[in-house]
Design a protein around this ligand. Structure first.
Ligand SMILES: NC(=O)c1ccc[n+]([C@@H]2O[C@H](COP(=O)([O-])OP(=O)(O)OC[C@H]3O[C@@H](n4cnc5c(N)ncnc54)[C@H](O)[C@@H]3O)[C@@H](O)[C@H]2O)c1
Length: 273
């Protein structure tokens, strides 16, 4: 029952069975699985057609499953968000298959678990390349296409930061990841101010511990650490991926028309105490 209530939130907000994102076209990087897929589903439930962009070959199957489940037009496109040409090709495919995107969710991300003193340069750079540079490249391509289309419609970018942008969540060691997410939140503010006059609002969501494909394997092989996390979360549990949907649809839609440059933490109270 609660799950249905969360999935129906978009419709409840609008009082409109077509959903607040009806007629919009959304791109979700890192959309083949995990939080990206769950957020793509929330956007589709709210009426958007969705392009999933991901490094994984399974992205096409994921898009087919999403389309079958939600009745929206969905496409899956292989991309490496760290490569300019790959991003340009992927957005070209989106434009051909669905149209010019009005919503971008930057969810592609990787983590690192090495003590800082042992961290190799290549590993440090890879985390920053995917999490930060990938967010920049996809945002810039989205913005250029929005400006070139000159349709005058509102556009929204939602970056996926992390509570790790604001708190060093111990006991794991992940300095590169924490640093990359703090930078994503600053990029969010900077892009928000530069692109607001272009009709693009930029915000971020900053999740705490969520049960995703990324964390599930980690939790299975580190059960004591996972218990430690849960002990520190006032809500007493990790978040479920669909619990991001209400905030995401709010930020993607014009319901949040005066929210600019924010990174909104959604963490069951972890960073509140
Ligand atoms: N799960 C959590 O608890 C949590 C908490 C805070 C923030 N986040 C952030 O949420 C986002 C999604 O994380 P998740 O937990 O769903 O992880 P995940 O590993 O399940 O999904 C990440 C997706 O990004 C894709 N990806 C990785 N590198 C890519 C690249 N170079 N180009 C294109 N796609 C690429 C992967 O293939 C994968 O499908 C990440 O940015 C992560 O940092 C997750």
């Amino acid at each position: 029952m609660f799950l249905d209530e969360r999935r129906d939130y978009a419709r409840l907000m609008s009082g409109n069975i077509t959903g607040p994102l009806h007629g919009r076209i959304a791109v979700v990087t890192g959309g083949a699985r995990g939080l990206g897929y769950a957020m793509a589903r929330s956007l589709a439930d709210a009426g958007a057609d969705v392009a999933l962009l991901d490094l994984l070959d399974g992205v096409r199957d994921a898009a087919e499953a999403l389309a079958a489940d939600t009745g929206r037009r969905c496409v899956g496109i292989t991309v490496d968000v760290t490569a300019e040409a790959s991003i340009a090709d992927a957005f070209g495919s989106v434009a051909r298959d669905l149209g010019i995107a009005d919503v971008l969710v930057n969810s592609a991300g990787i983590t690192s678990g090495t003590p800082l003193i042992d961290t190799q340069l290549a590993s440090w750079q890879r985390v920053l390349d995917v999490n930060l540079t990938g967010t920049f490249l996809a945002g810039r391509e989205f913005a250029r296409r929005h400006v070139a289309a000159a349709r005058g419609n509102p556009a929204s970018i939602v970056n996926v930061s992390s509570m790790s942008a604001f708190a060093v969540n111990i006991p794991q060691t992940q300095a590169a990841y924490n640093t990359s997410k703090a930078a994503v939140s600053m990029l969010t503010k900077s892009a928000a101010i530069e692109w607001l006059p272009l009709g693009i609002r930029v915000n971020a969501i900053a999740p705490g511990y969520f049960a995703s494909d990324m964390t599930r394997d980690f939790v299975a092989s580190n059960p004591e650490m996972a218990e430690d996390w849960v002990r520190r979360i006032p809500a007493g549990r990790m978040g479920e991926p669909d619990e991001l949907g209400g905030l995401l649809v709010y930020l993607a839609s014009e319901a949040s028309s005066y929210v600019v440059g924010q990174s909104i933490v959604i963490d069951g109270g972890y960073t509140t105490v």
